[in-house]
Design a protein around this ligand. Structure first.
Ligand code: GLA
Length: 746
């Protein structure tokens, strides 16, 4: 990995064995994007973009060259009102009301390692040898403004990260109206756009379509990343598949409002951009102040989407997620939410825990309803005191009893919220986040706490600490169950345009404080399921509740979409009871187990009502999972058949780094009578090695060459659920699955 500055051509080349990124200083002033893709040699790193005179593409003043125009030049960080009519990356308004800027190249610096982004989540290098950083400084001398464009390249990853800082070196305040984190220009538009939109209960669909003339925008104006869009987009070769083709992705390391654009221009060029949404953002920089924009991870793959995902998984595991649980196997948990909802007592929870131990569960999680006087979702958020009617002996006693059974104990919090019916609200109604003198909308009968205020953050930290300092807690689920409205603060010193970003800085500060103070705790973030599943949260909390939808069939799509960008070790997936509470579908316990086992396995049901047969199946599932979770959580994950390609079948694979062990999961959604399904070809194995292949539960393995499994494939006949108990294969039936174990013999 290295970053070179070529003095003769005034250009930079960041490269390692997997990726090259080149940019050049043009006319001693402008920073032009040159190349991003597969590693190339180091001789021509200068801007070779052919310029010619195009009508209505103006030439900057001072340039005698009619061929040169910012409207066509591929740029690294485009401004506006300067002859480039495409979407800008930033916009400011000066104290005198003017908004024209002209930034010119000033200097550069190359450093070993990676600097932290203070107060913001960021990717990191544990050792200086793991990364190198380039900072390019641009200045607008008239306005006294400085822009720093920051790039990091990591050893062994096809990944570059970018961020931007704007500083006011003048004597007057400057308003930032927009400050995106990254922008890239391509000299063609032969791309498909891939994005991950969704909604509550159906997070992260993989949606792909050709780019087209004009601007395509995805964003969040909800004060959080949201279920609606993931802060991610990728451009890919229209012919790219899971196994072939160029993919270029951008993913935002931020959990608040964002925006991402794809613009195809009049010249059929493509510009992609990502950053904080300018919609409710307006930040005044006083003299000597700076604003640091969050980071964008730019990831490239020359070999299709599987490799793209695998690099991101590895990268996030090693360079984003932190703490004691970074590489630890995730415990198999039982969560009481779908089993009891708010209706539980100490006795009920202890009965559930007794049964959980029998099944092999390792962690018992007490979800919503243990605090204040919370018997439904209308009260008590903000009052993190024990609900004595439900837990007369207190939480400490309950936790100790659960731990005495050999289980770890986990607890649910929703620390950013306040119910109108709460002691906290009665004492501090002005702590609700809302514009002054405006009525606030409610969502799930609750308001958001104003985390821009120090006293609010301190109050919540102290309340949570009071619980954590007295109760032995091993895991916390951190929830966030509504989105922002009437954005503003009741503290008149905080201007509306700063609220959403200040809120995020406040939240990050609270999470940093608590996760540092209690490093042994495994933190799982949640927002009505996967409404805030983003790289920003992963920097503090190594796993996320993927979706409130626990239906096995719905989960095939949700987990496939999620796997495009997030590591399996971060993905909570639970078996729940049937008919499923979200979609009312009945699937076999086998299929539910096989779907949930392809993530961080948990159970979210009342184990005291399982039949003996069901308990036996669950116990087997958990045993099997414990033996294979290292491979599942930290192995290489492959999507073989995607539910988004009109498939009625879904297939996933996990392979270890040494290609000695693999698991193949196959799911059939709806069956058809009197058909023959073709062979399924596997992937990721060594073609020259021989492997034993056996279905989970079967005793007699068969031996195949890797080449046979990958090129010729296997006929797969998933058993119906009954086969687990009766070992009889039936030919027909919906919702079936099979899990095949593959082990190298040579
Ligand atoms: C959210 C979460 C659920 C559960 C409930 C509790 O919806 O996503 O898993 O914790 O809150 O109210």
């Amino acid at each position: 990995m290295t970053i070179v500055y070529n003095e003769q051509s005034s250009s930079f080349h960041l490269y390692n064995t997997k990726v090259s990124y080149q940019l050049a200083i043009v006319n001693s002033k402008y920073i032009s994007h040159v190349y991003w893709g597969k590693t190339v040699g180091n001789t021509h790193t200068d801007s070779d973009f052919p310029m010619w005179d195009r009508s209505f593409s103006p030439n900057p003043s001072g340039s005698a060259d009619r061929n040169f125009s910012l409207n066509t030049l591929p740029q690294e960080y485009p401004g506006h009102n300067n002859g480039d009519y495409r979407e800008s990356a930033f916009a400011v308004t000066c104290a005198d009301g003017t908004f024209s800027t002209q930034f010119e190249y000033d200097s550069y610096a190359i450093k070993e390692g990676k600097a932290a982004l203070k107060g913001l989540p960021h990717t990191y290098a544990s050792k200086d040898q793991e990364a190198q950083m380039l900072t390019i400084q641009l200045k607008d001398k008239l306005k006294g403004l400085k822009l720093e464009l920051m790039y990091t390249i990591f050893e062994d990853y096809p990944i570059i990260t970018r961020s931007v800082k704007l500083s006011n070196e003048g004597s007057e305040p400057v308003e930032i109206n927009k400050l995106l984190s990254a922008s890239i220009d391509y000299d063609h538009a032969d791309f498909d756009l891939i994005q991950l939109p969704g909604g509550w209960g159906r997070e992260r669909d993989i949606v792909r379509h050709p780019v087209h003339r004009g601007v395509h925008k995805i964003d969040s104006k909800r004060g959080t990343t949201s279920h609606t869009y993931q802060p991610f987009l990728a451009l890919c070769d229209p012919k790219a598949t899971e196994h072939t083709g160029d993919i270029y992705g951008m993913h935002f390391v931020y959990s608040g409002e964002f925006m991402a654009n794809v613009e195809v221009t009049e010249y059929n060029h493509t510009r992609i951009q990502m950053g904080i949404s300018p919609e409710y953002f307006n930040w005044t920089l006083q003299p000597d102040e700076g604003f640091q924009a969050p980071e964008v991870v730019m990831s490239y793959s020359p070999d299709g989407l599987n490799e793209f995902s695998q690099s991101l998984h590895r990268f996030y595991q090693k360079h984003l997620i932190r703490g004691q649980h970074q590489f630890k196997e995730r415990p198999v948990l039982m969560n009481n939410w779908e089993g009891t909802y708010f209706d539980f007592s100490e006795e009920k929870i202890l009965d559930m825990a007794d049964q959980a131990v029998q099944l092999g569960i390792e962690l018992f999680v007490l979800d919503d309803g243990w605090f204040g006087k919370r018997n439904d979702d209308r009260s008590s958020l903000g009052d993190w005191t024990i609900h004595r009617e439900k837990l007369p002996n207190g939480l400490k006693s309950l936790a100790e009893k659960i731990k005495a059974k050999g289980l770890k104990f986990g607890l649910w919090f929703e620390p950013e919220m306040i119910s109108e019916d709460s002691e906290l609200y009665r004492a501090h109604p002005d702590w609700v986040l809302k514009a002054v003198h405006r009525e606030a909308s409610v969502g799930r009968d609750q308001y958001i706490l104003d985390y821009t205020r120090k006293e609010v953050r301190e109050n919540i930290i102290n309340q949570i600490k009071a619980v954590l300092d007295t109760v032995p807690i091993d895991y916390i689920k951190w929830d966030f169950n509504r989105n922002m409205t009437e954005i503003g603060s009741q503290d008149p010193s905080i201007s509306d345009g700063t609220v959403t970003h200040r809120y995020m800085l406040g939240l990050y500060e609270v999470m940093e404080t608590l996760t540092t103070a209690y490093p042994h705790i495994l933190w799982e973030s949640c927002s009505g399921g996967g409404g805030r599943y983003d790289p920003g949260m992963l920097h503090y909390m190594p796993q996320t509740w993927t979706s409130d939808n626990t239906d096995a069939v719905a989960r095939l799509e949700i987990q496939t979409g999620t796997s495009l960008v997030f590591p399996i070790s971060s993905m909570g997936s639970h078996v729940s009871s049937v008919p499923n509470h979200q979609v009312n579908r009945t699937t076999s316990l086998k299929m539910r187990g096989d779907v949930a086992s392809a993530g961080n396995l948990g159970y979210e049901l009342d184990p005291t009502v399982l039949t003996a047969d069901e308990s036996r199946i669950v116990k087997k599932q958990i045993d099997f999972y414990k033996n294979h979770r290292q491979l599942i959580q930290y192995g290489l994950f492959y999507r073989l058949k995607s539910p988004f390609e009109g498939n009625n079948e879904v297939a996933w694979m996990f392979v270890d780094e040494n290609q000695t062990e693999a698991l193949f999961f196959y799911y059939l959604i709806l069956d058809k009578t009197n058909t023959l399904r073709p062979r399924v070809t596997l992937t990721g194995l060594d073609p020259h090695r021989r492997y034993t292949v056996k279905e989970k539960g079967e005793s007699e393995p068969k031996v195949y060459y890797g080449s046979e499994l990958m090129y010729k494939g296997l006929f797969v006949q998933p058993p119906l659920a009954e086969s687990e108990t009766q070992s009889s294969y039936q030919i027909n039936g919906d919702f079936r699955s099979v899990c095949v174990q593959i082990k190298a013999v040579d």
